[in-house]
Design a binder for this molecule. Structure first.
Ligand code: ADP
Ligand code: TRP
Length: 321
């Protein structure tokens, strides 16, 4: 079973990204053959500065390697290092009705928010379909916002197969209903757009500042506090064992401590959890050549699969004469 996932190279990662997506992706390496890539071509739809894009691509690769992406077990590459996907993108474009793209929620949301419409933005799902179909992906783990894009990939595959025969593998999206939305420091969904994040790899000082910002009610030290619906407690659930949570509940129920104390407990847990990954990250940041070698090897592995499939597709449509 082949699992495929793409990650846009967006800036600083927060613990919502980690528990919402990255952790699952790393774990899926034990469930099947994972193909994962940094969606650098897709990022061109939003990042228009050369330096920013370069840094984002490198950083997201370093972060994933530090968090457990295993380049021996899985195939991990930068999308634009395997440009074969663009050929399939063009071929598939000819089997993609305009209406399908115009109806895409993500496209409609972006243009409604005032982002200027251009061809890249509109055809984004065709490139995503090419990513998925070029690698015979069976399962595509995605967040809710990306389900429609996988549906579009299935529609395109269907149209193509009806015309040329059973060539493209029909992918299925996989959503993890278990993964709850991680709240930010203000209780709303943690998101870099809301300024309510807790970084995974920030300096100790930054993370402390972010944790101290978590909003709570205004109960005093000598009052009993409620752990249900408390933002600190909800975040602690991501890091603590059952026993540790029971102990924490007792502390809420016992007057004498304030929310500041609970925040420091959470802070310790966050630092402890990410410390080993942060060390690995420091190592990769200081050894960029090693990172680039790993990515080059990943691209080579992916390219072998891509070229083989592309040959079959070129044959099928009549480009090989
Ligand atoms: P942001 O909202 O900060 O811009 P992205 O949209 O770049 O985050 O999200 C990247 C991935 O992380 C997506 O797969 C998304 O499902 C996941 N993710 C982001 N924020 C959260 C959150 N608060 N809780 C759970 N998952 C999240
Ligand atoms: N569009 C996806 C996102 O923004 C990233 C992505 C690009 C992707 N190509 C993909 C995800 C192929 C899964 C499969 O999250």
């Amino acid at each position: 079973m082949r699992i495929l996932s793409g990650i846009q190279p967006s800036g600083t990662l927060h613990i919502g990204n980690y528990f919402g997506m990255i952790k699952k992706m790393i774990e899926s390496q034990d469930e099947g053959e994972l193909f994962a890539f940094v969606a650098s071509y897709h990022a061109l739809t939003s990042v228009k500065e050369k330096k920013v894009l370069q840094e984002n691509i490198f950083n997201v690769a370093v972060n994933f390697l530090s968090l457990g992406m295993d380049p021996e077990k899985s195939t991990f590459w930068i999308q634009s290092d395997v440009p074969e996907v663009l050929e399939l993108y063009w071929i598939l474009s000819n089997h993609t009705p305009m209406g399908l793209l115009e109806r895409a929620h993500s496209y409609k949301d972006k243009t409604a928010r005032g982002i200027a419409s251009n061809h890249g933005l509109l055809s984004y799902p065709v490139l995503m379909a090419a990513d998925i179909l070029l690698f015979d992906s069976n399962i595509v783990p995605v967040g809710k916002d990306q389900i429609q894009h996988v549906e579009i990939a299935r529609d395109i595959a269907n149209t193509f197969n009806n015309n040329y025969g059973d060539i493209l593998v029909m992918p299925e999206s996989k959503i993890d209903e278990e993964v709850a939305t991680v709240p930010g420091t203000d209780g709303a969904k943690m998101s870099k757009s809301y300024g309510n994040t807790i970084d995974m790899f920030g300096s100790k000082k930054t993370i402390k500042k972010q944790v101290m910002k978590i909003t709570t009610d205004s109960k005093e030290l000598d009052e009993v506090k409620e752990w249900e619906n408390c933002n600190i407690y909800t975040l602690c659930k991501l890091f603590m064992t059952e026993q540790e949570l029971l102990d924490l509940q007792k502390r809420y129920a016992t007057p004498g401590e304030g929310y500041g104390h609970f925040k420091l407990t959470l802070l310790d847990k966050i630092n402890e959890y990410f410390e080993p990954y942060a060390q690995k990250r420091e190592y990769y940041l200081n050894n960029p050549k090693e990172v680039k070698d790993i990515l080059a090897k990943g691209a080579k592995k992916a390219q072998v699969v891509a070229q083989k499939k592309l040959k079959i597709i070129r044959d099928a449509v009549g480009l090989n004469y």
